[in-house]
Design a protein around this ligand. Sequence first.
Ligand code: FAD
Ligand code: NAD
Length: 156
Amino acid sequence: MDDRQFRNAMGKFATGVTVVLTEVSGKVHGMTANAFMSVSLNPKLVVISIAEKAQMLKKIKQSGTFSVNILAAGQKELSMIFAGQLKEQRQVVFDYLGNIPVIPGAIAQIICEVSASHVEGDHTLFIGKVTNIQLEEELPLIYYSGKYRSLKEENG
Ligand code: FAD
Ligand code: NAD
């Protein structure tokens, strides 16, 4: 099967957009990710999937902690920044929840400790034990078929 067909099929699954953040030696590193899923309620676990070629892989291995920040509808530019889709570098200001960096204005800031990792094909799955959460009441940014979208609210 050709890669394009696989990607086109996976792109049919509409998702939110997250920015994963981690901090190593006082330096915050961010990466846009839509491969994110809730795994377990008791204990509270989530999973992210990080490509072997991503800088983020070795950073999370070093730090053992990360935050998953679910972006709000107005945060498309942040998604582009952390996916390397903008030509110029941008200065981003981070907040902290406990001692873990988070994206201000994200609709969910989810703090995780790595509880397991599994190499699968060309990605590593990090299972995150959720230790803290902060929520905002805003609509999410949506990603579908390789394009950013927004939710249309139905009346009634
Ligand atoms: P880099 O490419 O070095 O960093 C990413 C970008 O973030 C760079 O432009 C960098 O300048 C910027 N950046 C990092 N830290 C900071 C900071 N502190 N301040 C300012 N800018 C900073 N890949 C996956 O592996 N898994 C996924 O689930 C996934 N989902 C994606 C979903 C979407 C919608 C998109 C668009 C891309 C997705 N990607 C995913 C691809 C991934 O986001 C890119 O390949 C990304 O460039 C990989 O980041 P990196 O860790 O290699 O670091
Ligand atoms: P796209 O049309 O290639 O992606 C559509 C869907 O295919 C994505 O939402 C994802 O579910 C899947 N996909 C894409 N690349 C993948 C990969 N390397 N490994 C596993 N699944 C993958 O392109 P796009 O959505 O416009 O993405 C822009 C860039 O970000 C591309 O370089 C893409 O490879 C990368 N990306 C990577 C992942 C990932 O690694 N899980 C997810 C989304 C996007």
